[in-house]
Design a protein around this ligand. Structure first.
Ligand SMILES: CC(C)(COP(=O)(O)OP(=O)(O)OC[C@H]1O[C@@H](n2cnc3c(N)ncnc32)[C@H](O)[C@@H]1OP(=O)(O)O)[C@@H](O)C(=O)NCCC(=O)NCCS
Length: 460
């Protein structure tokens, strides 16, 4: 059994669409909190499902040890498969998707209160190469969205292998990331050093504190979906997949002047065989729950003898690091791309939940080909930052009160705007949203602006 919180019923329309192709659509029994018992028929079925998703992503087949670990680690999510009874190995699924309820951080109010919204995290979407491009993913995705909406979840979210896939189901890019390369040789750090202390620690020692620190770090911004335990095991070299790397991983932790741990970094080093003073330090993960922790950890990572280059993937696009250095050009952005995608299912719930820094109003005329979030939504934010969203009457939508900005947009663009990760002006300039009143995009931006760019620090 899946974790009961994730046990949403299968979508009947998707079942019918797949059955029309002679395909079976079912949820697997993954055994609840502890996973399935080794050797049981349920365990064997879960293992075939895990191998199918690995094959779908072109990963190597899982070893028996990895299978045992994954069965336990992936027991909680709702684990859906599609089977083709006419295939040579018919017991192996030809499509997979796993999903679970999860909070999504929405950032903090002006008073520092963290806001979050429960959504439906979707992952491990794969269709076998033998069955692709015949609408199977379409049935699965629509089924996931209908199931989530029927369960009252206002939002679905995912990270994507390709940016061309999910827009068609109303997902919009909502948070981006930057990959950095820093020339560390001769770097001068100008940010004042905090009075706490960086401690060298073993990587396993972080296992107990990392999730809570990450939760605190993440709640300062929108865009975070809490990591599952396997993420931390992998990062810290404690999973079967990463155990071979455990000796290469180094870790530090930052304790503030009161001795409270406020952040940590995990990193590895690679030597240049031709020049021993040309090591590359790779930041595997940097987590800072306070600004001081961020400064202290960056200072430590950049201030290493024999290291000429520091690389860090998956950092926030408004990473403060360049502002800590005498030479901001030492920080090169080697990659920048959308990372978290959101699919709004309930526009009033999503818009009401997020924090606002200023009062104001806007009329959002949202279209949604799948129907979930379509409507004319009047967003009103009071001086206390509290928002109300009501369905505007047809008359009010056509004749809004003077001064109320009106924009028309698709649900995917609503997902892109929700966390403040992109501006309405940008989407307007790209022809992705339409102004129905002069200057509406800029006015909407005033309302939706956030102090820190939304950010998701890993893939799920
Ligand atoms: C991506 C994937 C799940 C699509 O499965 P599928 O069953 O072939 O998709 P469907 O046949 O339902 O296609 C639905 C629509 O998406 C489009 N589409 C599917 N895969 C696409 C891709 N990789 N890029 C762009 N468009 C894609 C189809 O052309 C179709 O468009 P249409 O509705 O305009 O005709 C499958 O190709 C796959 O498993 N890829 C490898 C693993 C992967 O990347 N998974 C996604 C993880 S985020």
């Amino acid at each position: 059994m899946t974790d009961p919180a994730n046990a949403l019923p299968l979508d009947e329309a998707a079942r019918i669409a797949l059955a029309a192709q002679g395909l079976d659509y079912a949820v697997l029994d993954t055994g609840g909190a502890d996973g399935t018992a080794a050797g049981s028929p349920e365990a064997a079925a879960h293992e075939r499902w895990l191998q199918a998703y690995h094959r779908g992503f072109h990963f190597e087949a899982l070893s028996p040890e990895q299978l045992a670990e994954y069965r336990a680690a992936l027991a909680g999510p709702r684990t859906v498969g599609v089977w083709d009874a006419t295939a040579a190995e018919a017991e192996h699924p030809i499509a997979t998707v796993a999903s679970w309820r999860s909070p999504l951080s929405l950032g903090e109010t002006a008073e520092g209160e963290a806001r979050a919204l429960e959504g439906w995290a979707i992952s491990l979407v794969s269709v076998a190469a033998t069955h692709r491009r015949r609408g199977i993913a379409n049935a699965l995705l629509e089924g996931e969205l209908r199931a989530a909406q029927a369960a009252g979840l206002p939002m679905a979210m995912l990270t994507v292998s390709e940016a061309t896939i999910y827009g068609r189901w109303g997902f919009g890019p909502a948070a981006s990331i930057a990959d950095l390369r820093i020339d560390a040789r001769g770097l001068r750090f100008t940010a004042p050093l905090p009075s706490g202390r960086v401690h060298r620690v073993s990587t396993p020692s972080l296992r107990a504190v990392a999730p809570e620190l990450a939760r605190r770090a993440a709640q300062r911004r929108g865009g975070d979906v809490p990591q599952r335990p396997l993420h931390w095991d992998r990062l810290l070299g404690l999973s079967t997949r990463t155990a071979a790397r455990a000796n290469a991983l180094r870790a530090v932790r930052y304790d503030d002047e009161r001795g409270q741990t406020q952040g940590f970094a995990v990193y590895s080093l690679a030597a240049n065989p031709r020049d021993f003073a040309d090591h590359t330090l790779t930041v595997e993960y940097l987590c800072a729950a306070t600004d001081d922790a961020l400064v202290a950890l960056w200072h430590y990572l950049l201030d290493q003898d024999l290291v000429a280059t520091v690389v860090a993937a998956l950092r926030p696009i408004d990473e403060p690091l360049p502002w800590m250095l005498a030479d901001p050009r030492a920080v090169h952005t080697t990659g920048r791309r959308e990372h978290l995608w959101l699919r709004v299912l309930d526009a009033p719930a999503a818009l009401t939940a997020r924090p606002y820094a200023v009062s104001g109003s806007a009329l959002l005329r949202v279209s949604d080909p799948l129907g979930f979030a379509a409507g004319d939504w009047m967003l009103e934010v009071g001086s206390d930052g509290a928002a109300t969203v009501t369905a505007a009457s047809a008359r009010a939508a056509e004749h809004p009160s003077p001064g109320t900005p009106v924009v028309a947009l698709d649900v995917a663009e609503l997902g892109s705007l929700l966390l403040g990760g992109t501006s309405a002006e940008t989407l307007h300039a790209a022809g992705r949203i339409a102004e129905r009143s002069p200057g509406a995009a800029a006015q909407l931006d005033t309302l939706l602006r956030v102090p820190r760019a939304p950010f998701l620090s890993y893939w799920f």
